[in-house]
Write a protein that binds this ligand. Structure first.
Ligand SMILES: Nc1ncnc2c1ncn2[C@@H]1O[C@H](COP(=O)(O)OP(=O)(O)OP(=O)(O)O)[C@@H](O)[C@H]1O
Length: 744
């Protein structure tokens, strides 16, 4: 049966490939015959030809069979849709509604409703879903899932071939050229559900290390762009990553998912679009402050500024400033020397108008109320000028009654009165203008930086001596970005710049930062893992806090994934052990079940031997086919010092010292905190001693992150005593070469 099906599928594949060839040829012919040089045709056909040439290499990875009105229909699903005559699909994209169907069917009665919103709702009766592994246009493997109806009525059988074998083959690969891979073909049920959720609500994905969060993040963007193509452009979505190195890491998979035009930011670079007058590039990255802390340098880190409590404080201060502002509103008063009366725009009138403008942002409201007063002053000036004019006309009319029309007396008198009139006009204008100027300059303005400075001083968080705003701005730090962005949004009004933001490694952001992101975007996908929050005091240790305080329990869904695909069973068992020994509030990782070597552990007696051992381990791993190898030390200082010594003997090793660096070598030395989100074939930890990794949360998380970066192999060395975080791990007995003391 198995062979028969593979043969059948091979025949269909061969036919499909020649059909694609035919389509490409006719598109090419159309181009040749395009004598009128129709630009649209030129562009469309070229794009189709490129897409189809690409699709031809591996046209599809599955099929789905449905049964409707006694008729069986088969749809093939691939990365790209391929259409005959430009609109008749012969292969459907994984992002289409048929792609949704393929993703959603996991057996059962086969009745599936695909509801993509916007009236796109379909009922299907599925018989069969077949996953296909095609390599170099040869069908290699398949796996079937059939509905109950198919099994009973049509006698279609489920084949016992496990498609998981294919997933395992991919995960076992040791020499991946690309960094992150796309997972469209081997996507798992729980991952798929997240990718295809509607854009309307926000979601939080708590996924253990290696559960595919980054892969899901990118695949979801690709899916959303297609599903909502009528209302979304790439610029409407943004992806937020922890640092530039991580951005370049995810970029490798972007072209295959067709999402390379999606704006990519770190929190710092995103803040540039809001805080336009601040030199953001000069702010120290948070990872560097953390690096100092890990190095053991005394760090002046103020966690309060990142906290949600600070956001609440800002709200209170702003309310107070607003009340003060209203309290300080003064009437506009002008003494009219013509009528010898005082003309007043009363405080109540101004406040009433101010209340009417409450729908505006603070800055706009401020501008608007000033404009209202200015208009009032203008019309006062006009009416007074009118009065003067009338007075002048009356005077001249009554005065010149009976005085001869010709003659110098009349002329002289007229000129004198006119002079007086002009003088009074000017006097009126100048006086009112002067009054207005004084009034306006006494009017309070809302400037983000001045207000923020006031808040910091009131909160005793500012100890600088500077007085000017320019000087104050130079003292700002990374942790000031979220409060400043928040203030800016409060003052100038909320504007949802994005339809959707996808935030990877979101556990490293503070609740305040996430709140600000929420103000900028209609909905969000936050992906993270609380166990990997190395900003222990600031980041997210508990999603429920975020759900209650930032999302107010509204329009947000928490989804957990505990299966990990990256590492072998022994590596994940080691990671679980660390979390348990450190009493971390961590979900237990369920490894996908890949076999592998136990974590190798070796005691170091002689530091010089350690260098040789590391080099030997690297060389032996390379011989075994491992490509990307990372020597992950705990802190930066030790990494630099280890690199200085190692590079003398092993020149092709790159030291990674900061998160903006381009990694271009396969073997690197990198401090633990910079490995967040990355993945290597093998990881070597030079000293997992109890001195380096104590039983505290930060050390436990750093060791946890370091270990879980490895796909296949981990080797730990330690000096003196192994960290108690690994208590309970099996330590292979290594026969130590007896040192030769015979000559003594
Ligand atoms: N369905 C899948 N099919 C094939 N490979 C997968 C699948 N899901 C995840 N992987 C692989 O597992 C590894 C881990 O994925 P990814 O880096 O996206 O996980 P993560 O949850 O972001 O990890 P971390 O939080 O530890 O950084 C990657 O090599 C990815 O290609």
């Amino acid at each position: 049966m198995k062979k028969e099906i593979i043969n059948q599928e091979q025949n269909i594949l061969d036919k499909t490939v020649s059909e694609i060839d035919g389509i490409i040829k006719s598109l090419g012919d159309e181009l040749k015959n395009n004598t009128t040089k129709d630009v649209l045709l030129e562009r469309t056909n070229r794009r189709f030809i490129n897409d189809y040439l690409d699709a031809r290499k591996n046209p599809y990875f599955g099929r789905i069979d449905t049964y409707e009105d006694g008729k069986r229909e088969t749809f093939y699903i691939g990365y790209t849709s391929v259409a005959k005559d430009k609109n008749q699909d012969i292969i459907y994209s994984w992002k289409s509604s048929v792609g949704d169907l393929f993703a959603q069917f996991h057996g059962g009665d086969g009745n599936i409703v695909i509801d993509r919103g916007q009236k796109e709702k379909y009922d299907f009766n599925v018989l069969l879903k077949r996953s296909l592994l095609i390599e170099k246009l040869k069908v290699k493997k398949y796996s079937d899932t059939v509905s109950e109806q198919a099994r009973e009525e049509l006698g279609t059988e489920e084949d016992s071939v496990l498609f998981d074998d294919f997933l395992m083959d991919i995960l076992d690969g040791r020499n991946n050229e690309t960094q992150l891979k796309d997972i469209v073909m081997t996507i798992q049920k729980e991952q798929n559900e997240i990718i295809r959720l509607s854009i309307d609500n926000s979601i939080i994905v708590q996924g253990v290390a290696g559960s595919g969060k980054s892969s899901i993040a990118l695949t979801r963007i690709s899916y959303l762009l297609t599903r909502y193509k009528e209302k979304l452009t790439p610029a409407d979505i943004g992806i937020l990553a922890p640092n530039e190195m991580f951005i370049s890491y995810i970029q490798s998979v972007m072209p295959t998912l067709e999402i390379e035009d999606i704006p990519q930011f770190t929190f710092k670079t995103l803040s540039k679009s809001i805080l336009k007058n601040l030199d953001i590039d000069s702010l120290t990255d948070p990872i560097n402050s953390l690096s100092g802390l890990i190095n053991g340098d005394p760090a002046d880190i103020n966690n309060f500024k990142s906290s949600f409590e600070f956001k609440t404080k800002i709200d209170l201060y702003l309310e107070e400033f607003k009340n003060q502002f209203v309290h300080n509103i003064k009437e506009f008063r002008y003494f009219d020397t013509i009528s010898n009366t005082e003309i007043i725009l009363s405080r109540d009138q101004i406040i009433n108008r101010y209340e009417d403008l409450s729908y505006l942002s603070l800055v706009k409201r401020n501008q608007e109320i000033l404009r209202y007063i200015e208009k009032w002053v203008d019309s006062l000036l006009q009416s007074k000028q009118e009065e003067l004019k009338k007075e002048f006309e009356t005077v001249t009319n009554t005065m010149f009654n009976g005085i001869p029309k010709t003659g110098s007396l009349r002329k002289q008198a007229y000129e004198s009165i006119e002079k007086v009139y002009s003088y009074r006009q000017k006097q009126l204008r100048d006086e009112l203008n002067q009054k207005w100027k004084e009034y306006k300059s006494s009017w309070e303005t809302f400037d983000v930086y001045s207000l923020y400075k006031r808040i910091l001083i009131l909160e005793n968080l500012y100890h600088g001596k500077v007085t000017t705003v320019t000087a104050f701005k130079k003292h700002l730090e990374y942790d000031d970005l979220a409060p400043l962005m928040y203030l800016e949004i409060l003052l100038n009004g909320e504007s949802k710049q994005y339809q959707h933001l996808v935030v990877d490694e979101s556990q490293d952001l503070s609740p305040f930062q996430i709140f600000v992101l929420k103000l900028l975007s209609k909905s969000m996908t936050l992906l993270g893992d609380v166990t990997q929050n190395i900003y222990v005091e600031k980041g997210i240790n508990d999603w429920s806090y975020l759900i209650e305080n930032v999302f107010f329990n509204d329009k947000v869904r928490l989804i957990e994934i505990n299966t990990s695909y990256r590492s072998t069973n022994p590596i994940m068992e080691g990671a679980n052990l660390i979390a348990r020994n450190a009493n971390l509030n961590a979900p237990k990782i369920i490894p996908i079940g890949r076999k592998g070597d136990k974590i190798a552990i070796e005691k170091i007696y002689d530091p010089i031997r350690l260098l040789e051992n590391i080099i030997e381990t690297i060389k032996s791993l390379q011989k075994q086919g491992f490509k990307k190898i990372a020597v992950v030390h705990k802190d930066l200082r030790k990494s630099v010092s280890l690199h200085e010594r190692l590079v003398k003997q092993f020149s092709s090793i790159q030291l990674v010292t900061n998160s903006n660096q381009i990694v271009n070598k396969d073997v690197i030395i990198i401090p633990s905190f910079l490995t967040k989100g990355l993945e290597f074939d093998a990881v070597i930890i030079p000293n997992a001693s109890d001195r380096n990794y104590g039983e505290n949360e930060l050390d436990a998380k750093l060791l946890f992150v370091s270990l879980t970066r490895a796909q296949h192999y981990v080797k730990l060395f330690y000096h003196q005593e192994l960290t108690t975080l690994l208590n309970g791990i099996e330590i292979p007995k290594v026969e130590r070469e007896e040192e030769d003391y015979s000559f003594l």
